[in-house]
Design a protein around this ligand. Structure first.
Ligand code: AP5
Ligand code: ZN
Length: 215
């Protein structure tokens, strides 16, 4: 199965991707997590991405597409993937189509997590992530860790992402509206788009997504 998750920053893509990937037994590919892992390891790719991410802008397509394609090839060898944060503009969506076409592969669905802007701002303001693994995600009130500042999954220290500052969040939302939202129409035209209301309990949102995928 091949699924794309879209939605504004803070919509819950990473949170839902963790459950959906587990339920569907497919690898979760998050370009944001891949960039953050490169930044913590101090790789050349991480050095290139750091300042751009902190400004809330998109990392250039040539870097992002090559990195995503490399992971998709590995994942496809195991039967599919769940993409989170990629594609993020129309040229990345076209690159994904070219990748799929070359392998005679198809997307099963594009799930659009729909949440209004004041809620995503609250979700981002309270988000805390683990220094060891940025896919370990908490929220100070909505998903509080058992011990303050400590990751339930691995015991690592929780911190606030550098790009979760108020100013950067505003830039990320602008970038989402101008560059990412056009892919919603792109996938609607392909008959792949499914809108998932993403307010409410995490488990209820997962259930809505699972129900939509069964149809
Ligand atoms: P990325 O890491 O992809 O960030 P994003 O898209 O802005 O999304 P977020 O990680 O902010 O939010 P999310 O939707 O995953 O929400 P989460 O589950 O954490 O990208 C970061 C940067 O990397 C980009 O700005 C760009 O610079 C670069 N980049 C990445 N991909 C790129 C690409 N393809 N091209 C170019 N550049 C790229 O949830 C948020 C919070 O809400 C958490 O605290 C969570 O606990 C809580 N929460 C989740 N669900 C619920 C719920 N149902 N109820 C209450 N709280 C909830
Ligand atoms: Zn952790």
């Amino acid at each position: 199965m091949r699924i794309v998750l879209v939605g504004p920053p803070g919509a819950g893509k990473g949170t839902q991707a963790a459950f959906l990937a587990k339920n569907l037994s497919i690898p979760h590919i998050s370009t944001g997590d891949l960039f953050r892992a490169n930044i913590s390891k101090g790789t050349e790719l991480g050095r290139k991405a750091k300042a751009i991410m902190e400004a809330g802008q998109l990392v250039p397509d040539e870097i992002t597409i090559a990195m995503a394609q490399d992971r998709m090839e590995q994942a496809d060898a195991a039967g599919g993937f769940l993409l989170d944060g990629f594609p993020r503009n129309v040229s990345q969506a076209e690159a994904l189509d070219a990748y799929l076409k070359a392998g005679d592969l198809k997307l099963d669905a594009v799930l659009d997590l729909e949440v209004e802007e004041d809620e995503v701002v609250k979700r981002i303001a309270g988000r805390r992530v683990c220094r060891n693994d940025s896919s370990h995600v908490f929220h100070v009130t909505y998903a509080a860790p058992k011990a303050e500042g400590v990751c339930d999954t691995c015991g690592g220290e929780l911190y606030q992402r550098g790009d979760d500052s108020e100013e950067t969040v505003r830039n990320r939302l602008d970038v989402y509206h101008t560059q990412t939202e056009p892919i919603i129409d792109y996938y609607k035209a392909q008959g792949l788009l499914v809108t998932i209301p993403a307010l409410g309990e995490v488990a209820d949102v997962t259930q809505r997504a699972m129900d939509a995928l069964k149809k």
